[in-house]
Design a protein around this ligand. Structure first.
Ligand code: SAH
Length: 204
């Protein structure tokens, strides 16, 4: 994707993943003609599929290896889930809205045998059963990275999350090292907020 390249995405594996995962399958039928614009699009339930350049920055920031096991918080449309599956060995993804998870499962299954486990629930507590993970990606904005997620990262693991509120968000990468955590700012971000379990409501 030349447009992503011109936006500073130079990780060839990431660029290749965008070439092989058809984004139009992950957006509502009425919006499929717009699927290849660099824009977020509504996917129902007040949620959006992020813009491709944002996904690309997130994926590049995760520094995935083909052997990595990845946790994704906020499956949404499942588009990023499919990209992650291209770039890693196994993806575990959690979505709080059951209908979005169901649709994502349907599209992911149609794409073929991708190694993706989906679960409906609150992703802010991670997925202990399969922890620790080589990489964790949070697809909704948090005020601070939940401790449970940081604990489910291997030493050497990377976590990428939008941190902040409203228009004041930064894409942050947290790297777990033998001597502690190293945090880097990967630039501005714009995500919907992560919904904590206590106030969750399955509307729409
Ligand atoms: N990468 C996805 C992003 C979807 S938007 C895409 O591009 O399609 C963020 C998603 O996070 C929404 O589907 C929302 O329902 C989900 N979400 C919000 N809070 C959550 C939580 N606590 N646990 C799991 N999923 C959550």
């Amino acid at each position: 994707m030349e447009r992503l390249r011109s936006q500073g995405i130079d990780d060839l594996a990431v660029l290749h993943a965008f070439d092989v995962v058809p984004r139009h399958l992950f957006v509502p039928e009425a919006l499929q003609l717009r699927a290849y614009e660099d824009a977020p699009l509504p996917i129902g339930f007040g949620q959006t599929i992020s813009q491709p350049s944002m996904h690309a920055r997130v994926l590049q920031g995760l520094e995935l290896k083909p052997t990595d096991r990845v946790l994704e918080v906020g499956t949404g449309s499942g588009f990023q889930t499919a990209l992650l599956a291209q770039l890693s060995a196994q993806v575990y993804s959690i979505e709080r809205i059951a209908e979005l998870a169901r649709r994502a499962r349907f599209v992911l299954d149609a794409l073929g045998p991708l190694r993706v486990a989906l679960r409906v629930g609150d992703g802010s507590v991670g997925w202990r059963r399969y922890a620790p993970f080589d990489a964790i990606v949070v697809s909704a904005a948090v005020v601070e990275v939940p401790a449970a997620l940081r604990e489910q990262l291997v030493v050497g693991g990377r976590l990428v999350a939008p941190v902040g509120t409203g228009t004041e968000q930064r894409l942050m990468r947290l790297r777990r090292t033998p001597t502690g955590e190293v945090v880097e700012d990967l630039g501005p971000a714009r995500f919907l907020p992560l919904v904590p379990r206590a106030t969750s409501e399955e509307a729409g």
